[in-house]
Design a binder for this molecule. Structure first.
Ligand SMILES: [Zn+2]
Length: 77
């Protein structure tokens, strides 16, 4: 199954929503020097900029990054 340009990526979105279930909030700071954190709050089927807000492609939320782990550890350790 390939990626469609007009569909959200379920794996990416579910990974992000699972982060909310563990207590993490959306992160609205995008650091272009790193991989996109799963908890970044703006995603869309395709990357785009709207009113100065950068929307990443939703599949980029699939992988869990260092900032996500740090947030989880702060809440649960
Ligand atoms: Zn969210």
């Amino acid at each position: 199954m390939g990626r469609s340009s007009d569909a959200f990526d379920y794996q990416g979105i579910l990974t992000h929503e699972f982060g909310h279930l563990t207590g993490l909030a959306d992160n609205f700071v995008l650091d272009f020097t790193k991989e996109v954190q799963t908890m970044y709050g703006y995603a869309s089927p395709t990357s785009k900029v709207v009113n100065g807000v950068y929307y990443i492609e939703s599949y980029q939320l699939r992988s869990i990054e260092a900032d996500d782990i740090a947030g989880k550890n702060a809440l649960w350790n």
